[in-house]
Design a protein around this ligand. Structure first.
Ligand code: CMX
Length: 426
């Protein structure tokens, strides 16, 4: 018989707890990482100091969700991916249906959220609006309520899951509402009772359906951005805030604030901007030589080429490859897509010659904007909101598991420059 996500977790969690206990009792002092001066100064790059089981990012393979390379998940629904992230298994057909029903049952956005959003300045960044909305919804937190009532540590995961379902059930509706409020697209569109999560999001944005292609693009977008292990800025921030037992509304909102940085999620808005600038400068799809010139102009101005490089990856991001394959299938003749594709032929060589970026290959943000633009989202300041709706799945699944496993409050040791100098002088 089909299980709810809560039932499934109730069965799974005792085994996970046992596994962690055994690991700790048997291997507590085993060294798994060392830290160099460069790492301490350089954003802790490569330091293995936290555990995340939802996904891993292999430098030469990219994103692997629960053992499955993301390229093998491109036909799945985001709801299936969330289930996979949390439980380690894809849901059965019945489990999926039950879970979709549960999300819809928690799909009502509290009316005060719309008031908050409508009272924000007309020039607010849509990411500031999304983060504010999630934070304002903290009022709904089951975790906070149960904590105040004195629940035991063993129960923490239950209201965390409840809050996660409330966030996932509403975040696409809130995000679509932000699009319509911020860009004056007309009244807010109510969620549908029938559509799947991503198709419903596309519909609530008010995008033309284009024979189901828009929904297919949105499903793919939501699957590809869902998680990227635990150390990236947004996941790590969410993890840290959650580790203080701040409830999921606080933690996810904090994580999303990190995603709003131009070196992280905001790169996708910068990326399409860069593509459109080249097209404007060269009056249409630029030649390879024009792209080369413009790339060098960008680098010589001391700027980064958005959408290229990565802290962990050392190959073309498979998520970029998946978007590229989608583009080739559905929008081959689109000039923006053609430019993205041509930039991919040129920029890695330029970055190699430039010699600074450890990874000259495209990341997820290099191609996603072209698809969004083609399917009618022309306001690229909004792109990180789409990224956020998807990435909420990763952050929430990590939070649920951390509360289930009683993960400790995050508190790495910082050291002073004087201390480092003493260490190296000896
Ligand atoms: N264009 C130009 N220079 C780049 C570059 C790029 N795309 N990527 C890296 N570099 C430079 C860095 O700025 C750094 O220069 P300095 O030594 O002068 O500071 C040098 O190469 C070494 O950096 P790195 O070790 O290769 O990269 P980091 O791990 O420090 O940073 C990232 C990774 C993604 C921030 C960086 O590659 C970048 O800024 N890329 C462009 C922005 C982008 O696409 N971000 C989206 C990433 C995906 C995501 O997390 O959402």
């Amino acid at each position: 018989m089909a299980q709810t996500l809560k039932d499934k977790l109730a069965d799974l969690i005792p085994k996970l707890r046992e596994e962690r206990k055994t690991l700790l009792t048997s291997h507590k002092d085993k060294v798994i990482s060392q830290v160099t001066v460069a790492q301490a100064i350089g954003g802790m790059r490569g330091v293995k100091g936290m555990v995340c089981d939802t996904s891993v990012v292999e430098p030469d393979k990219g994103l692997i969700i629960r053992g499955i390379p993301v390229m093998k998940l491109t036909d799945r629904l985001p709801e299936e991916i969330f289930w996979l992230l949390v439980t380690g298994e894809l849901p059965s057909e019945d489990e999926l249906k039950l879970f979709q029903k549960e999300l819809k049952a928690h799909g009502e956005v509290p009316p005060y959220i719309w008031k908050v959003l409508k009272s924000m300045p007309k020039t607010s960044h849509p990411m500031a609006m999304l983060d504010t909305a999630i934070l304002s919804m903290e009022n709904e937190s089951a975790f906070r309520k149960r904590y105040n009532e004195g629940m035991t540590k063993m129960e923490y995961w239950e209201p965390t899951l409840e809050d996660a379902i409330k966030i996932l059930g509403t975040i696409h509706t809130i995000a679509a509402g932000i699009y319509r409020i911020r860009y004056k697209k007309g009244p807010i569109i109510e969620p549908s009772k029938k559509l799947d999560w991503a198709a419903d999001y596309a519909k609530m944005l008010g995008l033309p359906p284009k024979k189901g292609e828009t929904a297919a693009m949105m499903r793919l977008y939501m699957v590809l951005h869902s998680d990227h292990e635990g150390g990236n800025v947004s996941a790590n921030t969410c993890h840290t805030v959650g580790s203080a037992l701040s409830d999921p509304f606080y933690a996810v909102s904090a994580g999303l604030n990190g995603l709003a940085g131009p070196l992280h999620g905001l790169a996708n808005q910068e990326c399409l901007g860069w593509i459109l600038q080249t097209m404007e400068k060269f009056n249409g799809v630029p030649t390879e030589s024009e792209i080369r010139d413009y790339a060098w102009e960008t680098l010589k101005a001391g700027k980064v080429i958005p959408g290229y490089g990565h802290a962990v990856l050392r190959v073309t991001d498979p998520r970029f490859a998946a978007f590229n394959a989608f583009g080739k299938k559905y929008m081959k003749a689109d000039p923006v897509f053609q430019t993205v594709d041509r930039v991919y032929k040129v920029v890695p060589e330029v970055l190699k010659e430039h010699g600074k970026a450890a990874n000259p290959w495209p990341n997820v943000d290099a191609g996603s904007g072209a698809l969004l633009y083609y399917y009618g989202i022309k306001e690229f300041e909004y792109y990180t909101v789409l990224f956020s709706v998807s990435r909420a799945m990763g952050m929430l699944s990590q939070l649920i598991l951390n509360r289930a496993l009683g993960t400790a409050i995050t508190r790495p040791k910082s050291v002073s420059t004087v201390w480092i100098k003493k260490q190296v002088s000896g």
